[in-house]
Design a protein around this ligand. Structure first.
Ligand code: SF4
Ligand code: MSK
Length: 655
């Protein structure tokens, strides 16, 4: 029987074929381990506390929620809330530490210490400087970049005031944050305070704890994630639409295949350049290969796909399977979402697993220390290591021919540009399409893929159903990879599968109905899009009340919880798949679904059934439309377009 009770390990046929082949070879993957290791139901529902050595305390067996207490007397709501806040803190730490490295790289570039990098997008640097109130006129680019980097560093250590980027949010959204005391002061402080408050004997009021959880999450969304996105754009270029391919057929039989995996784009950008250097291509040939084929997995893949069209093997659950093709000479990893199982599985093949971050080593992997001051040299060393490994390739893998074409590269800036060009770009057409009912609403379909469900299957089901229902889908992270490997990220999808209104809009603008916005940190692009839609007018004048929903149907990472909570605090209802990590406490569940909705206009639900996820999302969208007094959504029946009065019409009026 299946690994998750459904008959399928992965909803992706190419992935499933490799998994099946692996089983025939007794190669264990995350799918086998997920089958073998059953989650503890007490911990899974938030009823287990292990923050001190009098425990772990399992708060079960009491008749009433308030009667279940740990040795210290901590109640079930406070234990469940503490667990969630710690997840938010960890997720925020991950994104924001990644962002800190981006800030330090920008500073090193500005100060001339990282000579292999340069500011690629000066316009974006100036835009960011403008938001930070930094003068740009007649100043050298690196001076501005230095000041921008120092301003962002201040966001990690300021003791008074609030994060710079909160000022980007709509006024009413900020007013809600002020009113409920969730405006973050600095990123590190909110994370540290979250850990302090949740340690033994400190904060024991569930609502109070969760409020700080939201403050920490906002430091992630409007801090770490947004900073990371913007600096990546400044250094490596703001994405514009680009063609790429996804799935396992991206690996070439006759070339040296390198996979960049993890989350940080810095070293990967250098590997992109190194892999096409004639000297290294010749080196690959000297080893018997026809060339060098650079590919990616997870979010490092998304970063280089968005900017260079580098193909992706897919998301989280495809990483082991990529090695099992037997075609990967080197998999170089940085931070986050890297399975330590990679080194074990690589022993069955010839793949060299290479760690590169000073923060992340894996037993059994080779380590090549990344250093931004000699980034290109490190990249060249890795490419050479991969070439050296080409002659070791055996015939032992399960190669797959599957590839799907895709279009990626939808930044906030490009989405604005495509709705009117360089001088007239705006969000007016999108807002108008929502107002007229051509587009019912917008869903951010994001987050991980997960071996505890048919991996990628929930993303694909929801993506397809949403676009059928005229909902524009924006996607990031492994959600985007799940859609990409299925062939959903093409403009043709609009004609084939989208509802009549969405299809018409996509055809006019020339976009797919599912837009790939980038890596997990690029969920910040969704915040800026929603803010621009609010500023454009005609819908809500804040993020709350927009016909928009976030769904993370297969989440597994703490980062996903941080993301969901910053969307909720910004005004977006969010639905997570799977069981609830606070499900043991009715009080905590109520705060996250009802109290947060009242205070912020956003909420967090956990719902394992994908059909219910769809229903809840459409219900939120339709209620938001009603709240905005928009036409009730009916497929194929739109309000007439707004008619702009041109000179000819004016003359007719005057006649
Ligand atoms: Fe148990 Fe309280 Fe310690 Fe948690 S903090 S483990 S509930 S004694
Ligand atoms: S990689 S956090 S599995 S989206 Fe960003 Fe994918 Fe989730 Fe990692």
């Amino acid at each position: 029987m299946s690994k998750n009770g459904t008959g399928l390990n992965s909803a992706d046929a190419a992935a499933e074929a490799i998994i099946q082949w692996g089983e025939s070879q007794s190669i264990e993957t995350c799918f086998d381990r997920a089958d073998r290791i059953k989650p503890c139901p007490i911990g899974a529902s938030g009823a287990c506390c292990r923050v001190c050595n009098m425990g772990p305390c399992r708060l079960v067996g009491a008749r009433a929620e308030e009667e279940a207490v740990g040795v210290c007397g901590a109640t079930l709501p406070s234990v469940a809330a503490r667990g969630l806040v710690r997840m938010i803190a960890a997720g925020t730490a991950a994104h924001s530490d990644h962002a800190r490295d981006m800030v330090l790289t920008l500073l090193a570039v500005a100060e001339g210490e990282a000579k292999d990098f340069a500011i690629k997008d000066v316009a974006k640097l100036h835009k960011v400087a403008g938001i930070l109130d930094i003068e740009v006129a007649d100043r050298p680019v690196n001076d501005v970049a230095r000041e921008v980097a120092l301003a962002f560093l201040d966001d990690y250590g300021r003791q008074k005031g609030a994060l710079h980027y909160l000022a980007r949010a709509p006024q009413k959204t900020r007013e809600r944050w002020e009113r409920w005391g969730v405006a973050p002061r600095n990123i590190d402080r909110e994370i540290a305070e979250a850990l302090h408050r949740t340690s033994v004997g400190v904060d024991h009021d569930a609502d109070h704890l969760l409020t700080h959880g939201l403050r920490t999450a906002l430091a992630d969304g409007w801090g770490g994630c947004m900073i990371s996105t913007d600096i990546s754009d400044i250094l490596f270029g703001t994405p514009t639409p680009v063609r790429a391919e996804a799935s396992f057929g991206i690996f070439r039989q006759d070339e040296v295949n390198i996979v960049v995996h993890g989350h940080e784009p810095t070293l990967a950008e250098m590997i992109v350049e190194a892999a096409s250097e004639p000297g290294l291509v010749d080196y690959a040939r000297s080893k018997g290969a026809a060339g060098i084929n650079l590919t990616g997995a997870c979010c490092t893949a998304n970063e280089v796909l968005m900017r260079h069209g580098i193909p992706t093997a897919g998301g989280f659950t495809n990483q082991e399977l990529a090695i099992m093709t037997g075609l990967v000479e080197a998999m170089t990893v940085d931070v986050q979402c890297i399975m330590p199982a990679l080194t074990e599985i690589s022993k069955r093949f010839h793949t060299r697993v290479i760690t590169t971050s000073e923060k992340a080593k894996i037993t059994g992997a080779e380590h090549v220390q990344y250093d931004e001051r000699k980034a290109k040299d490190v990249a060249r060393q890795i490419v050479r290591m991969a070439c050296d490994n080409f002659p070791n390739r055996g015939a032992a893998g399960s190669p797959s021919p599957a590839t799907s074409p895709l279009i990626g590269g939808f930044s906030h800036e490009y989405i604005e540009y495509m709705q009117g060009g360089r001088f007239r770009g705006s969000f007016r057409p999108l807002n108008d399409a929502i107002i007229s009912g051509r587009i019912r609403g917008v869903v951010g379909l994001v987050g991980c893929d997960n071996p505890r469900v048919p991996a990628m299957g929930l993303h694909r089901y929801l993506a397809m159903e949403l676009i059928k229902n005229d909902v524009l889908v924006v996607s990031t992270g492994c959600g985007a990879a799940a859609c990409g490997t299925a062939g959903y990220l093409t403009p043709e999808m609009a004609l084939e599968s989208a509802g009549p209104g969405l299809s018409e809009v996509c055809e006019v603008i020339g976009i797919p109905p599912i837009l790939h916005l980038g890596a997990c940190v690029d969920n910040s692009r969704i915040l800026t899009i929603l803010t621009a839609m609010a500023a454009e007018g005609g819908l809500s004048d804040e993020i709350a009340g927009m016909p928009g929903v976030g769904i993370a149907p297969e989440w597994m990472s703490e980062k996903a919880i941080a993301i969901g909570c910053y969307f909720a605090a910004s005004g977006v209802p969010v639905i997570f798949g799977g069981g609830s990590p606070v499900g043991a406490s009715r009080e905590v569940t109520k705060i996250m679904t009802e109290t947060w909705l009242e205070r912020f206009g956003g909420a967090v639900h956990f719902e394992p059934d994908p059909e219910r996820m769809l229903e809840i999302s459409l219900d939120y969208i339709d209620r938001a439309r009603e709240g905005l007094k928009l036409k009730k959504y009916e497929p194929g029946r739109f309000e007439p377009d707004r008619v702009l009065v041109d000179m000819a019409a004016r003359r007719d009026l005057g006649a």
